[in-house]
Design a protein around this ligand. Structure first.
Ligand code: 4AZ
Length: 392
């Protein structure tokens, strides 16, 4: 048994190395073992752990007796005193376990006075987190956020290799960057909606995985300079919308957003290069939109290329030290508030590339607004409704 296991592990490692090399070639991604999405929860719900007699580990929101620390707060820091190991679980007496999910988990009916797309859940869904010292987002805060991964079969196991971020613009369509998916076969790609912490399955709602039937890459994508880095992923079946799975709005064509403060979210690395680690809990970074001319001037200086021309298909954001997207965030959405609202957001950019991470140089994003006509056309070609992302 031991030898078979060791052999399987060796084969798994080998395969991961192979996929790593391909992913790096494809998307300049540094995919490693910590970029795998879990398929098995670290602590089984209902396992005894070393809870007291009459107790068992359950999700905190299913335990009525002081179920969370304070008013719906859950501390995301590792606690040695929690026998259930997973911070979303706690020891609970049988009689305190509620069978039903809290009412917060019921699906909200769309409010016709507001766009149904782009609603950011600023205070999270079901619980709020404390102990966040790493820009962690709240659970369900960016309900359009999607993980794009490649499913690999190793011996009897299915391994999910994280590729990129994406966003839901229709229950059956994900927006991402071409550089993430250009060499992928649709039948190997998967998308995951409703994900938050990739290392646990004890969130309130289960995530939803979908297969992919088509990848629609922008015809003018230019690999060398990553111009027009925008793609649509058409899903085999639509995801089920809920309070933690919603579409994002898209801005009208050719709108400008200079100096607005926006958010980029993603599971990408904290630091550029080999020392950087992929993030378990979805992160959010607030940053400003940098005017095109200013961004070009900065890149000319940094790259010592006085004639460098920043392609029109990019919008820049960031430029503040320590606040940036990074490797693994490719394809993830940059969203800005709609007309001064702090509740509804539209997607202004798609993470494309940058010079390092967090060093005060703006990051480059595909300018979604410029591609609004292209997106609408590709949707209409497939008889898909554009109202899922339109602000009326
Ligand atoms: C990347 O490799 C990447 N700091 C994305 C964004 C940035 C840098 C690198 C911006 O996917």
């Amino acid at each position: 048994m031991g030898r078979v296991f060791a052999l399987s592990l060796a084969l798994l490692r080998l395969l991961l190395l192979v996929t790593t090399a391909t992913a790096e070639d494809d998307a300049d991604l540094d995919v490693s073992i910590d970029s795998l999405l879990t398929t098995v929860p670290p602590a089984a719900v209902g396992s005894q752990g070393s809870c007291q007699q009459g107790q068992r580990c359950v999700q905190k929101y299913l335990c009525t007796n002081d179920s969370t620390s304070g008013a719906g707060l859950i501390d995301i820091r590792f606690s040695e005193s929690n026998p259930c190991v997973d911070y979303l679980l706690q020891c609970c007496y049988e009689e305190d376990i509620i069978a039903e999910l809290p009412s917060a988990s019921t699906v909200e009916p769309p409010n016709v006075d507001h766009p149904v797309c782009g609603k950011r859940n600023t205070i999270g869904i079901g619980f709020r987190i404390t102990g966040a010292n790493n820009s962690e987002s709240e659970y369900g805060e960016f309900p359009w956020m999607v993980a794009v991964f490649r499913q690999v079969h190793v011996l009897d196991q299915v391994v999910n290799v994280y590729l990129c971020g994406g966003s839901l613009i229709h229950p059956g369509v994900v927006l991402t960057a071409v550089h993430c998916v250009q060499h992928q076969a649709p039948d190997q790609l998967r998308i995951r909606a409703g994900e938050w912490d990739t290392q646990t399955e004890n969130e309130i709602h289960p995530y939803q995985d979908r297969q992919v039937v088509e990848i629609v890459a922008h015809p003018d994508f230019h690999k060398g300079g990553l111009f027009n880095d925008i793609a649509l992923i058409v899903l085999e079946a639509p995801v089920v919308l809920s309070e933690v799975v919603q579409t994002v709005c898209l801005p009208p064509p050719n709108e400008r957003f200079d100096l607005q403060r926006c958010f980029v979210s993603g599971w990408g690395k904290d630091v550029f290069g080999k020392t950087g680690a992929y993030q378990a809990i979805l992160k959010k970074i607030d940053l400003p939109i940098v005017p095109h001319s200013e961004c070009q001037a900065t890149l000319r200086l940094i790259r010592s290329q006085p004639r460098f021309t920043l392609h029109d298909s990019f919008v820049c954001a960031g430029g503040e030290v320590g606040k940036d997207a990074c490797q693994g965030d490719g394809g993830s959405p940059l969203v800005c508030p709609i007309q001064g609202s702090n509740e509804f957001y539209h997607q202004v950019g798609i993470v494309s590339w940058g010079v390092g991470c967090g060093g005060g140089i703006p990051g480059l994003y595909a300018d979604v607004s410029l591609f609004r006509h292209w997106i609408d056309q590709e949707m209409q070609n497939r008889v898909l409704d554009t109202s899922s992302y339109s602000v009326s």
